[in-house]
Design a binder for this molecule. Sequence first.
Ligand SMILES: Nc1ncnc2c1ncn2[C@@H]1O[C@H](COP(=O)(O)OP(=O)(O)O)[C@@H](O)[C@H]1O
Ligand SMILES: [Mg+2]
Length: 293
Amino acid sequence: MKSQQLKSFMEENRIQQKQMAQMLGVSVATVSLYLRGEYNGDVSEIDRKVDEMFERQKAKVVEAKYNAGFVPTLAAKRGMEVMRFAHVEGEINVIFGAAGLGKTQMLKQYAKQNSSAVLIEVDPSCTPKVLLRKIAEAVGATARGVNNELLDIIVSKLKGSERLLMIDEAELLSTRSLEFIRRIHDLAGVGVVLAGMPRLLVNLKGKNNELAQLYSRVGFACDLGNALPDDDLAMLAKSALGTDEFNAPLLKACKGNARRLSKLMRGVVRSSEINGVPISAELVERYAGMLIS
Ligand SMILES: Nc1ncnc2c1ncn2[C@@H]1O[C@H](COP(=O)(O)OP(=O)(O)O)[C@@H](O)[C@H]1O
Ligand SMILES: [Mg+2]
Protein backbone atom coordinates (compact mmCIF):
# COMPACT_ATOMS: atom_id res chain seq x y z
CA MET A 1 0.00 0.00 0.00
CA LYS A 2 1.23 3.41 -0.98
CA SER A 3 0.10 4.93 2.32
CA GLN A 4 2.31 2.46 4.23
CA GLN A 5 5.28 3.43 2.08
CA LEU A 6 4.57 7.05 2.82
CA LYS A 7 4.29 6.32 6.51
CA SER A 8 7.70 4.64 6.66
CA PHE A 9 9.23 7.39 4.54
CA MET A 10 7.91 9.99 6.99
CA GLU A 11 9.19 8.05 9.97
CA GLU A 12 12.65 7.49 8.48
CA ASN A 13 13.01 11.12 7.55
CA ARG A 14 11.17 12.54 10.59
CA ILE A 15 8.65 14.40 8.52
CA GLN A 16 5.52 15.62 10.29
CA GLN A 17 2.07 15.45 8.73
CA LYS A 18 1.96 19.20 8.37
CA GLN A 19 5.19 19.28 6.36
CA MET A 20 4.08 16.33 4.24
CA ALA A 21 0.80 18.09 3.50
CA GLN A 22 2.82 20.98 2.10
CA MET A 23 5.10 18.69 0.11
CA LEU A 24 2.08 16.99 -1.46
CA GLY A 25 -0.01 20.11 -1.83
CA VAL A 26 -2.96 18.72 0.13
CA SER A 27 -4.49 19.51 3.53
CA VAL A 28 -3.18 18.11 6.80
CA ALA A 29 -6.53 16.38 7.32
CA THR A 30 -6.13 14.62 3.98
CA VAL A 31 -2.67 13.35 4.91
CA SER A 32 -3.89 12.16 8.27
CA LEU A 33 -6.86 10.28 6.81
CA TYR A 34 -4.80 8.88 3.92
CA LEU A 35 -2.18 7.50 6.30
CA ARG A 36 -4.87 5.75 8.30
CA GLY A 37 -6.49 4.39 5.15
CA GLU A 38 -9.65 6.35 5.87
CA TYR A 39 -9.52 8.93 3.13
CA ASN A 40 -12.89 9.20 1.40
CA GLY A 41 -11.80 11.23 -1.61
CA ASP A 42 -9.94 10.12 -4.71
CA VAL A 43 -7.22 7.90 -3.18
CA SER A 44 -5.53 7.27 -6.56
CA GLU A 45 -5.03 11.01 -6.89
CA ILE A 46 -3.12 11.11 -3.59
CA ASP A 47 -1.20 7.95 -4.57
CA ARG A 48 -0.06 9.75 -7.69
CA LYS A 49 1.04 12.80 -5.70
CA VAL A 50 2.98 10.53 -3.36
CA ASP A 51 4.71 8.85 -6.31
CA GLU A 52 5.67 12.20 -7.75
CA MET A 53 7.02 13.32 -4.38
CA PHE A 54 9.14 10.13 -4.18
CA GLU A 55 10.51 10.83 -7.65
CA ARG A 56 11.46 14.36 -6.62
CA GLN A 57 13.22 13.05 -3.53
CA LYS A 58 15.26 10.63 -5.63
CA ALA A 59 16.22 13.41 -8.02
CA LYS A 60 17.35 15.48 -5.05
CA VAL A 61 19.53 12.67 -3.77
CA VAL A 62 21.17 12.44 -7.20
CA GLU A 63 21.80 16.18 -7.22
CA ALA A 64 23.34 15.89 -3.78
CA LYS A 65 25.66 13.10 -4.94
CA TYR A 66 26.61 14.79 -8.18
CA ASN A 67 28.52 18.04 -8.05
CA ALA A 68 27.69 19.97 -11.20
CA GLY A 69 29.88 22.96 -10.35
CA PHE A 70 32.37 24.48 -12.77
CA VAL A 71 35.76 22.77 -12.95
CA PRO A 72 38.83 24.76 -14.06
CA THR A 73 40.06 22.22 -16.58
CA LEU A 74 43.01 22.92 -18.85
CA ALA A 75 40.63 23.46 -21.76
CA ALA A 76 38.54 25.89 -19.72
CA LYS A 77 41.63 27.79 -18.64
CA ARG A 78 42.83 28.08 -22.22
CA GLY A 79 39.43 29.28 -23.34
CA MET A 80 39.18 31.80 -20.53
CA GLU A 81 42.58 33.20 -21.33
CA VAL A 82 41.41 33.88 -24.86
CA MET A 83 38.27 35.56 -23.48
CA ARG A 84 40.42 37.67 -21.19
CA PHE A 85 42.54 38.80 -24.16
CA ALA A 86 39.49 39.76 -26.17
CA HIS A 87 38.14 41.65 -23.18
CA VAL A 88 41.29 43.55 -22.29
CA GLU A 89 42.53 44.19 -25.80
CA GLY A 90 39.14 44.83 -27.36
CA GLU A 91 39.80 42.11 -29.89
CA ILE A 92 37.67 39.60 -31.70
CA ASN A 93 38.69 36.13 -30.51
CA VAL A 94 37.28 32.76 -31.37
CA ILE A 95 36.81 29.55 -29.41
CA PHE A 96 35.91 26.52 -31.44
CA GLY A 97 35.69 22.78 -30.99
CA ALA A 98 33.40 19.77 -31.15
CA ALA A 99 30.09 19.66 -29.26
CA GLY A 100 30.25 18.73 -25.61
CA LEU A 101 33.78 19.93 -24.84
CA GLY A 102 32.75 22.62 -22.37
CA LYS A 103 32.50 25.79 -24.47
CA THR A 104 29.22 26.97 -22.97
CA GLN A 105 30.44 26.14 -19.46
CA MET A 106 33.56 28.27 -19.81
CA LEU A 107 31.66 31.19 -21.32
CA LYS A 108 29.16 31.07 -18.47
CA GLN A 109 31.94 30.96 -15.94
CA TYR A 110 33.66 33.96 -17.48
CA ALA A 111 30.39 35.90 -17.48
CA LYS A 112 29.84 34.92 -13.86
CA GLN A 113 33.26 36.22 -12.86
CA ASN A 114 33.09 39.35 -15.02
CA SER A 115 29.93 41.37 -14.75
CA SER A 116 31.03 43.49 -17.70
CA ALA A 117 30.88 40.45 -19.99
CA VAL A 118 27.58 39.77 -21.73
CA LEU A 119 26.74 36.32 -22.98
CA ILE A 120 24.34 35.92 -25.90
CA GLU A 121 22.99 32.57 -27.01
CA VAL A 122 21.72 32.28 -30.53
CA ASP A 123 19.53 29.62 -32.06
CA PRO A 124 19.16 28.31 -35.61
CA SER A 125 16.33 30.72 -36.41
CA CYS A 126 18.32 33.77 -35.33
CA THR A 127 17.95 36.56 -37.90
CA PRO A 128 20.10 39.71 -37.74
CA LYS A 129 17.14 41.51 -36.19
CA VAL A 130 16.70 38.91 -33.47
CA LEU A 131 20.43 38.97 -32.78
CA LEU A 132 20.56 42.76 -32.55
CA ARG A 133 17.52 42.78 -30.26
CA LYS A 134 19.14 40.19 -28.02
CA ILE A 135 22.33 42.21 -27.80
CA ALA A 136 20.43 45.45 -27.16
CA GLU A 137 18.46 43.80 -24.38
CA ALA A 138 21.57 42.26 -22.83
CA VAL A 139 23.41 45.57 -22.68
CA GLY A 140 20.40 47.38 -21.27
CA ALA A 141 19.44 49.33 -24.38
CA THR A 142 16.03 49.78 -25.95
CA ALA A 143 15.43 46.84 -28.24
CA ARG A 144 13.29 48.60 -30.83
CA GLY A 145 13.63 49.90 -34.37
CA VAL A 146 15.04 48.67 -37.65
CA ASN A 147 18.42 46.96 -37.79
CA ASN A 148 20.51 50.07 -38.31
CA GLU A 149 18.72 51.87 -35.49
CA LEU A 150 19.37 48.91 -33.23
CA LEU A 151 23.02 48.96 -34.26
CA ASP A 152 23.30 52.66 -33.35
CA ILE A 153 21.65 52.12 -29.98
CA ILE A 154 23.95 49.20 -29.16
CA VAL A 155 27.06 51.06 -30.28
CA SER A 156 26.29 54.14 -28.22
CA LYS A 157 25.63 51.95 -25.21
CA LEU A 158 28.86 49.98 -25.63
CA LYS A 159 31.25 52.70 -26.69
CA GLY A 160 33.99 53.17 -24.12
CA SER A 161 32.31 50.63 -21.85
CA GLU A 162 35.11 48.04 -21.70
CA ARG A 163 32.48 45.38 -21.95
CA LEU A 164 32.92 42.03 -23.64
CA LEU A 165 30.36 40.64 -26.05
CA MET A 166 30.32 36.84 -26.08
CA ILE A 167 28.24 34.91 -28.59
CA ASP A 168 27.67 31.21 -27.97
CA GLU A 169 26.83 28.83 -30.82
CA ALA A 170 28.06 31.49 -33.21
CA GLU A 171 28.31 28.92 -36.00
CA LEU A 172 24.57 29.46 -36.38
CA LEU A 173 25.00 33.10 -37.36
CA SER A 174 24.49 34.08 -40.97
CA THR A 175 26.99 36.14 -42.92
CA ARG A 176 24.79 39.20 -42.39
CA SER A 177 24.65 38.66 -38.65
CA LEU A 178 28.41 38.21 -38.49
CA GLU A 179 28.80 41.44 -40.43
CA PHE A 180 26.72 43.26 -37.77
CA ILE A 181 28.95 41.83 -35.06
CA ARG A 182 32.01 43.17 -36.86
CA ARG A 183 30.42 46.60 -37.10
CA ILE A 184 29.57 46.62 -33.40
CA HIS A 185 33.18 45.73 -32.67
CA ASP A 186 34.60 48.36 -35.01
CA LEU A 187 32.26 51.16 -33.98
CA ALA A 188 32.11 50.52 -30.24
CA GLY A 189 35.64 49.21 -29.80
CA VAL A 190 34.56 46.41 -27.50
CA GLY A 191 35.99 42.94 -27.34
CA VAL A 192 34.07 40.08 -28.93
CA VAL A 193 34.26 36.34 -28.33
CA LEU A 194 32.66 33.99 -30.82
CA ALA A 195 32.31 30.40 -29.65
CA GLY A 196 31.03 27.47 -31.61
CA MET A 197 31.56 24.30 -33.56
CA PRO A 198 34.49 24.03 -35.98
CA ARG A 199 32.45 25.23 -38.94
CA LEU A 200 32.37 28.62 -37.24
CA LEU A 201 35.88 29.15 -38.53
CA VAL A 202 34.77 28.32 -42.06
CA ASN A 203 31.78 30.67 -41.73
CA LEU A 204 34.06 33.42 -40.51
CA LYS A 205 35.98 33.40 -43.73
CA GLY A 206 32.77 33.56 -45.71
CA LYS A 207 32.08 31.20 -48.58
CA ASN A 208 33.29 33.72 -51.13
CA ASN A 209 35.62 35.46 -48.79
CA GLU A 210 32.98 38.16 -48.27
CA LEU A 211 33.90 38.35 -44.61
CA ALA A 212 37.58 39.01 -45.19
CA GLN A 213 37.17 42.17 -43.13
CA LEU A 214 35.90 40.20 -40.17
CA TYR A 215 38.36 37.36 -40.50
CA SER A 216 41.31 39.68 -40.68
CA ARG A 217 40.27 41.14 -37.35
CA VAL A 218 40.29 37.88 -35.46
CA GLY A 219 43.15 37.97 -33.01
CA PHE A 220 43.40 34.62 -31.30
CA ALA A 221 41.55 31.41 -31.89
CA CYS A 222 41.38 28.68 -29.29
CA ASP A 223 40.95 25.29 -30.94
CA LEU A 224 39.61 22.72 -28.49
CA GLY A 225 39.80 19.98 -31.09
CA ASN A 226 37.61 16.90 -31.04
CA ALA A 227 38.26 15.56 -27.58
CA LEU A 228 39.42 16.75 -24.17
CA PRO A 229 42.72 15.57 -22.72
CA ASP A 230 42.46 12.70 -20.22
CA ASP A 231 43.64 14.95 -17.41
CA ASP A 232 40.66 17.24 -17.95
CA LEU A 233 38.22 14.34 -18.02
CA ALA A 234 39.79 12.94 -14.87
CA MET A 235 39.33 16.29 -13.15
CA LEU A 236 35.70 16.50 -14.24
CA ALA A 237 34.95 12.97 -13.06
CA LYS A 238 36.60 13.44 -9.70
CA SER A 239 34.89 16.73 -9.07
CA ALA A 240 31.45 15.43 -10.03
CA LEU A 241 31.61 12.23 -7.98
CA GLY A 242 33.95 13.30 -5.21
CA THR A 243 36.24 10.35 -5.96
CA ASP A 244 38.53 9.21 -8.76
CA GLU A 245 37.81 5.57 -8.04
CA PHE A 246 35.84 5.13 -11.28
CA ASN A 247 37.98 7.27 -13.53
CA ALA A 248 39.36 4.36 -15.53
CA PRO A 249 36.03 2.97 -16.80
CA LEU A 250 34.52 6.46 -17.09
CA LEU A 251 37.34 7.83 -19.21
CA LYS A 252 37.29 4.77 -21.40
CA ALA A 253 33.56 5.17 -22.03
CA CYS A 254 33.29 8.93 -22.51
CA LYS A 255 35.44 9.12 -25.66
CA GLY A 256 36.99 12.42 -24.70
CA ASN A 257 33.65 14.18 -24.46
CA ALA A 258 32.60 16.08 -21.32
CA ARG A 259 28.91 15.95 -22.13
CA ARG A 260 29.04 12.20 -22.64
CA LEU A 261 30.94 11.90 -19.38
CA SER A 262 28.42 13.93 -17.43
CA LYS A 263 25.44 12.04 -18.88
CA LEU A 264 27.14 8.78 -18.01
CA MET A 265 27.91 9.84 -14.44
CA ARG A 266 24.38 11.10 -13.84
CA GLY A 267 22.95 7.84 -15.12
CA VAL A 268 25.25 5.82 -12.95
CA VAL A 269 24.57 7.89 -9.82
CA ARG A 270 20.82 7.74 -10.38
CA SER A 271 20.82 4.01 -10.98
CA SER A 272 22.97 3.39 -7.95
CA GLU A 273 20.59 5.44 -5.79
CA ILE A 274 17.36 4.02 -7.11
CA ASN A 275 18.47 0.40 -6.97
CA GLY A 276 20.50 0.73 -3.80
CA VAL A 277 23.64 -0.70 -5.40
CA PRO A 278 27.10 0.86 -5.19
CA ILE A 279 28.73 2.43 -8.22
CA SER A 280 31.02 -0.03 -9.98
CA ALA A 281 32.96 -0.42 -13.20
CA GLU A 282 30.25 -2.82 -14.40
CA LEU A 283 27.53 -0.25 -13.78
CA VAL A 284 29.55 2.35 -15.71
CA GLU A 285 29.97 -0.07 -18.61
CA ARG A 286 26.31 -0.97 -18.63
CA TYR A 287 25.34 2.69 -18.84
CA ALA A 288 27.97 3.45 -21.43
CA GLY A 289 26.33 0.84 -23.66
CA MET A 290 23.03 2.71 -23.39
CA LEU A 291 24.39 6.11 -24.37
CA ILE A 292 23.20 7.08 -27.80
CA SER A 293 26.16 9.06 -28.98
N1 LIG B 1 34.67 23.14 -17.00
C1 LIG B 1 33.63 22.34 -16.73
N2 LIG B 1 33.18 22.20 -15.46
C2 LIG B 1 32.13 21.42 -15.19
N3 LIG B 1 31.46 20.71 -16.10
C3 LIG B 1 31.85 20.78 -17.38
C4 LIG B 1 32.94 21.60 -17.77
N4 LIG B 1 33.10 21.48 -19.11
C5 LIG B 1 32.16 20.64 -19.53
N5 LIG B 1 31.39 20.20 -18.52
C6 LIG B 1 30.29 19.22 -18.61
O1 LIG B 1 30.11 18.89 -19.98
C7 LIG B 1 28.81 19.26 -20.45
C8 LIG B 1 28.93 19.86 -21.82
O2 LIG B 1 29.59 21.11 -21.75
P1 LIG B 1 29.13 22.36 -22.65
O3 LIG B 1 29.80 23.56 -22.11
O4 LIG B 1 27.66 22.41 -22.76
O5 LIG B 1 29.78 21.92 -24.05
P2 LIG B 1 29.74 22.68 -25.46
O6 LIG B 1 29.15 24.04 -25.24
O7 LIG B 1 31.18 22.71 -25.88
O8 LIG B 1 28.91 21.80 -26.34
C9 LIG B 1 28.27 20.24 -19.43
O9 LIG B 1 26.88 20.16 -19.31
C10 LIG B 1 28.95 19.79 -18.15
O10 LIG B 1 28.24 18.73 -17.56
MG1 LIG C 1 27.38 24.86 -26.02
